[in-house]
Ligand binder design. Structure first.
Ligand code: AMP
Ligand code: GLY
Length: 423
């Protein structure tokens, strides 16, 4: 059995690790992959946006199943291309992937299907935005570039001036290469954020363990947002009652609404939740697994991931149920100093094997390249150390013991990952 994973981050290394544990013993390929995936799979030097080359590779290699990690290829229509050739692939098609590819499209579906979310308006001109925020005159207010902007298209503006600057970036300076020429302006939601993913074949929905990411770069959720500095699961903030509400009031209406419009959503759906005094709202949807949440959700999954993915792609997810370890998992991201601003690359990394030798500790590589047997930093988020144990406290200790074994010049990590789950 041959499985191809598309992407090159920590998420894709985590997916490869989970698949490599399957009793089906799949042969794994990752395009383009990183130094971590190279340890357990064959890396294929094709970029994730090169849809034509990915299709040719999958056909030539007789790949049985392809898993799409990042949003880019989904929005480009990679799934449509594969399915037109009769190839099995996990991820929503181009129409369904607009759930992440267009904030306006996603918000319009939430509104149409009655999914709880913040009030919003959509604009295509700078001047009408300025008129709207002046009239609305309430802060913070949230300015969102409509299209994909590598996680940088959202500004929570505290003042008129900040909102104006965000709108300038979108419309006047075209900072997001066209993705900001349509803008969603949304009311601010207060509360705590969490994420919940689900597998769906367009009919059956299997929700996963709730997780909490830590987006801000500094301890105490201070400083600029990053791709994610660490995560833990399960997140006690997302009580059984809220999990039930996410299924009944979010996932079910979403997938049923899509079906009523002839849209088949197959793949992973990611719900970004805001929880305020037990009340649930959706901040955003993504059309894929989260990074770094995947690094901690998949190790908690007992059910074989190969079986889940095949059932999903063959639209028989009703034959599967998810079993979970009664554990907590925590991952701490080690980043290059300066990230999310500018940082240097090429630092020598040591200690990953010592960390992995610890019981209940795994290392998931992201921005790492191998050169003549050495591991070198090649990105902002370099790697994540995952600790798993019966208690959250112990999982946190394990992750940080792992972190203490790993060294590279300029290494930076938050020291409070998971702490909010302890209170
Ligand atoms: P997104 O790219 O939509 O995930 O937004 C990035 C981050 O911006 C989210 O994780 C939130 O922290 C914040 N955010 C987005 N929308 C809102 C909102 N309506 N209210 C408060 N915070 C928001
Ligand atoms: N953890 C946030 C994301 O994957 O978008």
């Amino acid at each position: 059995m041959k499985i191809l994973i598309i992407g090159s981050g920590g998420r894709e290394h985590a997916i490869a690790k989970a698949l490599s544990k399957s009793p089906h013993l799949p042969t794994l390929f990752v395009a383009p992959g990183n130094a971590g995936t190279a340890q357990i799979a064959q890396n294929v030097p094709i970029k994730d946006a090169d849809c034509a080359a990915l299709l040719t590779f999958a056909k030539d290699e007789s790949i049985d199943l392809t898993i799409v990690g990042p949003e880019g290829p989904l929005v480009l229509g990679l799934v449509d291309l594969f399915e037109a050739e009769g190839l099995k692939i996990v991820g929503p098609n181009k129409v369904a992937a607009q759930l992440e590819g267009s904030k306006d499209w996603a918000k319009s579906k939430m509104k149409a299907y009655g999914i709880p979310t913040a009030r919003y308006e959509t604009f295509t001109h700078y001047d009408t935005c300025i008129a709207y925020i002046s009239k609305r005159n309430t802060y913070p207010i949230v300015v969102k570039a409509d299209g994909l902007a590598a996680g940088k298209g959202v500004t929570v503006a505290q003042t008129f001036k900040e909102a104006e600057e965000a709108l300038r970036d979108c419309f006047l300076d075209d900072k997001f290469s066209g993705a900001g020429l349509q803008v969603v302006i949304e009311d601010f939601l207060k509360g705590q954020e969490a994420s919940m993913f689900a597998f769906t074949d367009g009919k059956t929905i299997l929700p996963m363990m709730p997780a909490q990411d830590h987006k801000a770069v500094f301890d105490g959720d201070r400083g600029p947002n990053t791709g994610g500095m660490g995560a833990y699961a399960p997140a006690p903030l997302v009580t059984k009652k809220i999990q039930e509400a996410v299924l009944e009031r979010v996932f079910k209406p979403l997938i049923a609404g899509f079906r009523s419009e002839g849209i088949l959503y197959k793949g992973i759906v990611y719900a970004g939740l805001m929880i305020d005094e037990g009340e649930l709202s959706i901040v955003e949807f993504n059309a894929r697994f989260g990074d770094p949440e995947t690094q901690i959700v998949l190790p908690l999954l007992k059910t074989d991931l190969v079986d889940i993915f095949f059932a999903l792609s063959e639209e028989r997810l009703d034959t599967v149920s998810l079993d979970w370890h009664d554990h907590s998992a925590v991952c701490v991201v080690m980043a290059s100093g300066g990230y999310p601003g500018s940082y240097s690359k090429g630092a020598h990394i040591s200690g990953t094997y010592a960390a992995e030798a610890l019981e209940g500790v795994q290392v998931v590589l992201a921005g790492v390249q191998e050169k003549e047997g050495d591991l070198l930093t090649s990105g902002g988020r370099v790697l994540a150390v995952v600790g798993q144990s019966e208690s959250l406290k112990d999982a946190i200790d394990k992750a940080y013991t792992g972190v203490s074994k790993i060294f590279f010049d300029g290494a930076y990590n938050r020291t409070d990952i998971g702490a909010k789950g302890l209170v």
